[in-house]
Design a protein around this ligand. Structure first.
Ligand SMILES: Nc1ncnc2c1ncn2[C@@H]1O[C@H](COP(=O)(O)OP(=O)(O)OP(=O)(O)O)[C@@H](O)[C@H]1O
Ligand SMILES: [Mg+2]
Length: 211
């Protein structure tokens, strides 16, 4: 089982979007996925709500995938570790932990129990400073733990996704509803391509932390 925490110090930098995209791509590949909503502002829970409440534009509403769970994190690190054990025991392949903006100790705890810390960034100059800060934060965290103790791999994920496509893919019923909406075929195709990109990202992740 792979455990990934998504970290970025600034709000609105694509953490939750990355979590949703990776989960969607992993489901497409037949993997079992658990998302842990490590942000106090439960955005992942709202993803599920918007799925349930979407109009679906006449498309038959599918069931929420049985192989995708969205959980709240337990209060303690011990609780988190036993939750991960339980998820592994029930055959989950991928756990993605979304976090809140800022440099909080709860986010550090999530990182320390993970195999990989992923720092999402868009390919624009303005994001490099904040991305650098996030990398330095992870360096400090690595320096703060005892020599020889396990530490996650840290990678920056640079991804340019059209915000409209991302919003269409992650809200209001996603691809199936959009396929029926006016002009929706184009949106649906773009979402499909976005998912292909996310599948490539998963392949890269498998190389860093074998599935
Ligand atoms: N790779 C990307 N390329 C372009 N736009 C993106 C990308 N990732 C996210 N976005 C857009 O940026 C906005 C913020 O994304 P998101 O909610 O994922 O950020 P966040 O880091 O989770 O924010 P917060 O810290 O507030 O939880 C969304 O409108 C989303 O569609
Ligand atoms: Mg978020």
């Amino acid at each position: 089982m792979q455990v990934i925490t998504i970290v970025q110090t600034k709000g609105g930098s694509g953490k939750t979007t990355t979590a949703m995209l990776l989960a969607s791509a992993a489901l497409n590949l037949g993997r079992r996925v658990t998302l842990i909503d490590g942000d106090v502002n439960a955005q992942l829970g709202r993803w599920r709500d918007s799925f349930e409440l979407a109009a679906w534009e006449g498309a038959q509403k599918p069931e929420w995938p049985e192989s995708l769970a969205i959980l709240s994190p337990p209060e303690s690190v011990e609780g988190l570790l036993s939750l991960l054990e339980a998820e592994e025991a029930r055959g989950v392949d991928l756990v993605v932990i979304d976090t809140r903006p800022g440099t909080h100790t709860d986010t550090e705890d999530f990182c320390l129990i993970s195999d990989l810390v992923l720092i999402p960034a868009r390919p624009v100059y303005a994001e490099w400073e904040m991305t650098h800060r996030a990398v330095l934060w992870m360096d400090d965290l690595r320096a703060s733990i005892a020599e020889g103790e396990r530490f996650p791999a840290v990678r920056v994920l640079v991804m340019d996704a059209g915000p409209k496509i991302i919003d269409a893919a992650t809200r209001e019923g996603g691809m199936r509803a959009n396929a029926k909406a006016p002009g929706g075929r184009l949106v649906a195709d773009a979402i499909t391509r976005q998912l292909e990109v996310a599948e490539l990202v998963l392949t890269g992740i498998d190389e860093v932390i074998p599935a």
